[in-house]
Design a protein around this ligand. Structure first.
Ligand code: LLP
Length: 415
């Protein structure tokens, strides 16, 4: 995150001071580095040079249209999980032929819309879904390109809420049933088998689960070949972790290099990935203002204007996210181990606990690595309008989502 740096004790994103951005756009405020997003995507993409491939950014991580449009211009594909996400990528100018559609509960109308615009592939999560896609495609007289999302039953060694590739998870088709469901697919008139797919979890900081999953998937590709089913693409999903604290996750180049070693004998197969977090997490910050300081008993609270409604990761997964001051304090400023808490009426409403900080009322704090699953999981709980979002590049900054107004809070409600 070298775009984030102190200049004479003041925090800057590229050439923009955080204090100026906060003054101009208010707080809480999401701030993103466009260069960092481009760099992360380009590094992933470049690692696959020489192979037929497509990086499909998982838009659930951050679905702001400006980010989607930037990635679309780089040539990115997109991984979507709802019609809302499909409409977003289309609005951002993405090529539907570069869109893969994941998700366990695709509705009839979502399938219709995806067929109508001509997406690259449905990542099918159950036999029932396969049959539904066949029905809809037949009715619309279209051929539906599909891959089956296989649950490889490997331990992603991540938080249980973001682990998806274990047998007990709701995701994908079990490894044992996979061949049988592929056979079924061959009998369906409006289904074209394109690929195979897996996604085992998120914030993976080791290579081994990816490699274990790849071994299982490749074994299946071989078995399918002997059944006469030719796989044209393998989608390894997303999941690559990032550094929030002191984790040292593999880079995208490490991941790709390790997987490519296994793929020598599969040169004709196109390789897909669905990274979300690794593209945007460390591109983003949440800027928040200290409303009050409260010292009581042994507890020190920095009560800030951003809460779990703006950034739910700490509350939901006990995720640790770095919190730094906008102004570096003088060496003799009194500091305490603060619980940095928000305005929401819930005890789970915290951004960080026990953080050694020297802060005062009206100071600004910055939550780092907030670009993924930050704004995209934000809500209006306690009737707080959602924050503004700002994009910063080398020389400039621009608003990419206005702060919600109070009117927007009750839009659509009927008295
Ligand atoms: N593909 C599929 C099918 C997924 O379910 C996900 C994430 C991704 C790709 C992207 O994974 P990534 O590269 O971002 O790890 N809200 C949680 C993370 C939930 C991830 C859900 N699926 C968090 O804040 O940690």
């Amino acid at each position: 995150m070298n775009f984030l740096h102190y200049q004479q004790d003041k925090l800057f994103v590229h050439q923009q001071s955080i204090a100026d951005l906060a003054k101009r756009y208010g707080t809480p405020l999401y701030v993103y580095s466009e260069n960092y997003i481009k760099k992360q995507w380009t590094e992933f993409n470049d690692a696959l040079k020489g192979r037929k491939h497509l990086i499909c950014y998982a838009i659930k991580a951050n679905s702001n249209l400006a980010i989607l449009s930037t990635l679309a211009q780089l040539g990115s594909g997109f991984d979507i999980v709802s019609q809302g996400e499909l409409e977003r990528v289309l609005k951002a100018g993405a090529d539907p032929k570069k869109v893969v559609f994941s998700g366990v509960a695709k509705s009839v109308s979502e399938i219709e819309r995806a067929l109508e615009v001509g997406i690259k592939c449905f990542n099918v999560e159950s036999e029932a879904e396969l049959l539904r896609i066949q029905d809809v495609a037949k009715r619309l007289n279209k051929i539906a390109p599909i891959s089956l999302r296989i649950n490889p039953d490997v331990d992603a060694k991540t938080h249980p809420y973001i682990s998806t590739g274990l047998r007990e998870n709701k995701f994908g088709i079990s490894y044992q049933l996979a061949r049988q469901v592929y056979q079924r697919a061959t009998t369906l008139s409006h289904i074209a088998i394109m690929g195979i797919d897996c996604h085992i979890g998120s914030q993976l900081t080791e290579l081994s689960p990816f490699l274990d999953a790849a071994d299982r998937i490749l074994a299946l590709v071989d078995e399918l070949k002997s059944d006469g089913i030719i796989i044209k693409h393998i989608d390894f999903g997303g999941g690559l972790g990032v550094c929030y604290d002191d984790e040292v996750p593999p880079t995208s180049a490490d991941l790709v290099a390790a997987l490519l070693k296994k793929l020598d004998n599969y040169q004709d197969i196109e390789i897909l990935f669905e990274p979300g977090r690794s593209i945007v997490a460390n591109a983003g910050l949440l800027v928040t203002k200290v409303e009050y300081i409260k010292h009581q008993d042994d507890n020190h609270f920095a009560i800030v204007d951003a809460g779990m409604n703006d950034l739910i990761r700490p509350a939901l997964y006990e995720a640790w996210m770095r919190i730094i001051p906008e102004t570096q304090p003088s060496a003799d400023a009194p500091n305490y181990a603060y619980n940095v808490v928000g305005p929401i009426c819930e005890s789970s409403d915290f951004l960080g606990k026990g953080r050694q900080l020297a802060v005062q009322q009206d100071d600004l704090l910055v939550v780092c690595s907030a670009g993924a699953y930050g704004f995209s999981m934000a809500s209006n709980y306690n009737s707080h309008p959602r924050p503004a979002e700002v994009m910063v590049d080398d020389t400039d900054h621009r608003l990419i989502r206005q702060r919600e107004s109070f009117d927007m809070l009750w839009q659509g409600e009927i008295v």
